[in-house]
Write a protein that binds this ligand. Structure first.
Ligand code: ACO
Length: 317
């Protein structure tokens, strides 16, 4: 069904914040963060926005795909941390790269890129589409309470992008949502209406880490198995797994419960932390640029997070 990945790109801001830097700001340590989460350092933006990252990731993906702006028929960006609701990130990218196609944003928190990719596949299935630019981009540093050690050590900034075109490579997918705010919640700007009587929520990420952890492990294991079955394949036939970079312990659990070699799972959380919707496309770009990914290889991509939500697909590259 439906797609071929023509090119990938990624962008992260220049500033590196190490665990030792954070230990000077909150009561934490390099040892705790390394052992419990697997992050050593992350990128944090000082001036650039999620839209700025998206433009840079998009330009790299288009150059890699050998596609010009006028050859794009749609741009979809997944984000929860854009500076503006309007213009959208996708609209800003459209303007800055000189494209004229429709462009819109999608929000499904950390699973956002998977929902964006699945939506792009549906557009391609409708026909009359040449190329779609799909982006995941986040500036989570602006949504984090920098006094809260349980979240400020985890979340980070960056973007990843893909150019896709009609092909045969989207073998199966599964999108899932269980709406609710008790496990993860990120309030939007509360407004300044003089008529509102409701209390203004703190504008920070709230996450029940342990509940998220349980949800993540179960969803990754079950959804990965389900999409592979749907495609009529077995786990042995999967060459690479590009999973949401939220915690190395989640990736280790997934490898153990799926009984697959850890070598097949891409790990870059140590360098970039959890970049939500940008996590999977940044990791996919790293795999593609490493030389390990060959045309014809099978790749499972899977992400989970706020919503609660998860999105998983199996592709042939
Ligand atoms: N440094 C030191 N100690 C810490 C830190 C820190 N940065 N953060 C928490 N602790 C302490 C806690 O206060 C607690 O102390 P206590 O025992 O004295 O009360 C102790 O460490 C254990 O806390 P837990 O929350 O139980 O720690 P846990 O081992 O579960 O790790 C973590 C927390 C890393 C958040 C983990 O639960 C996790 O990775 N969860 C999944 C997160 C995830 O997948 N997110 C993706 C979706 S997010 C989205 O969609 C926006």
């Amino acid at each position: 069904m439906a797609i071929k990945i023509l090119g990938t790109g990624a962008y992260v801001p220049e500033k590196i914040v190490t665990n030792d830097d954070l230990a000077k700001m909150v009561d934490t340590s390099d040892e705790w963060i390394t052992q419990r989460v697997g992050i050593k350092e992350r990128r944090v933006s000082e001036t650039e926005t999620a839209a700025d990252f998206a433009v840079n990731a998009a330009k790299e993906a288009m150059a890699n795909a050998n596609i010009t702006a006028d050859e794009l028929d749609l741009i979809i960006a997944a984000t929860i941390s854009a500076e503006n609701i309007c213009p959208t990130v996708a609209g800003t990218v459209q303007n800055r790269i000189g494209a004229t196609c429709p462009a819109f944003d999608i929000n499904s928190a950390c699973s956002g890129f998977m929902f964006a990719l699945d939506t792009a596949v549906s557009y391609i299935a409708r026909g009359n589409i040449r190329n779609i630019l799909v982006i995941g981009t986040e500036r989570l540093s602006k949504l984090v309470d920098w006094d809260d050690r349980s979240t400020c050590v985890i979340f980070a900034d960056g973007a990843g992008a893909m150019v896709i075109a009609p092909g045969e490579g989207y073998l199966a997918s599964k999108m899932f949502t269980a709406g609710g705010d008790d496990v993860i919640k990120i309030p939007a700007f509360g407004g300044t209406s003089p008529f509102y009587t409701n209390e203004k929520p703190a504008p920070y990420i709230f996450m029940d880490g342990q509940e998220t952890f349980k949800f993540a492990v179960n969803k990754i294991v079950n959804d990965v198995k389900e999409v592979i079955e749907k495609a009529g394949m077995t786990l042995d036939e999967i060459d690479h797994l590009v999973l949401h970079q939220a915690n190395t312990r989640i990736l280790d659990f997934a490898a153990k419960r799926l009984k697959i070699s850890k070598e097949k799972i891409i790990v870059n959380i140590d360098k970039y932390g959890n970049t939500a919707a940008a996590s999977v496309p940044i990791a996919f770009n790293e795999l593609a640029k490493s030389g390990r990914l060959k045309r014809g290889d099978t790749v499972v991509m899977s992400a989970f997070g706020g919503g609660l939500s998860s999105g998983t697909c199996l592709i042939r590259y």
